[in-house]
Write a new protein. Structure first.
Length: 149
């Protein structure tokens, strides 16, 4: 089972994939997808993946597709963690979008609880430290700019 895109009939494995397909296609400049979203899901750009998926599901035709989608076949033993496409749902990524109404779910993606070897842990820790330094520098620059104005 899956959903047909209400604009172009491309098959999507589930409502989340459909929401991503519609939004990304619209953002990348497809006027038909953007117009459909504007007509059927006002303020779609302010919604997260899960919210948009719930809203677009009601407009899409559910259908049988002969194709087997990779994430309908269960866990793959050769791959750790979950499926990709967790774009909107990861929490704790520590940045401010500056957009009202933008929220993330509280769950971490499945990859976040994977065991890491020492080298990987060291790289992650270094990346965290560099990110903290970068954010602190940005904050200091913002404060300096505000003080000048």
């Amino acid at each position: 089972m899956g959903y047909a895109c209400p604009v172009c009939d491309d098959p999507q494995v589930d409502a989340r994939h459909l929401a991503n397909h519609l939004a990304f296609t619209a953002i990348l400049g497809d006027d038909d997808h953007e117009a459909w979203l504007d007509d059927h899901v006002p303020e779609w750009a302010e919604e997260g993946e899960a919210e948009l998926a719930e809203r677009v599901r009601e407009f899409a035709d559910e259908d049988e597709y002969p194709q087997v989608f990779e994430d309908t076949t269960g866990e793959r033993p050769d791959r750790d963690g979950g499926r990709s496409g967790e774009l909107f749902e990861s929490e704790g990524h520590g940045h401010d979008h500056g957009q009202a109404g933008h929220a993330h779910d509280q769950e971490l993606p499945p990859q976040a609880d994977m065991e890491m070897d020492e080298d990987t842990q060291a790289v992650i820790e270094e990346a965290r430290e560099l990110t903290k330094e970068m954010l602190a520098e940005d904050e200091a620059e913002d404060e300096d700019d505000e003080a000048e104005n």
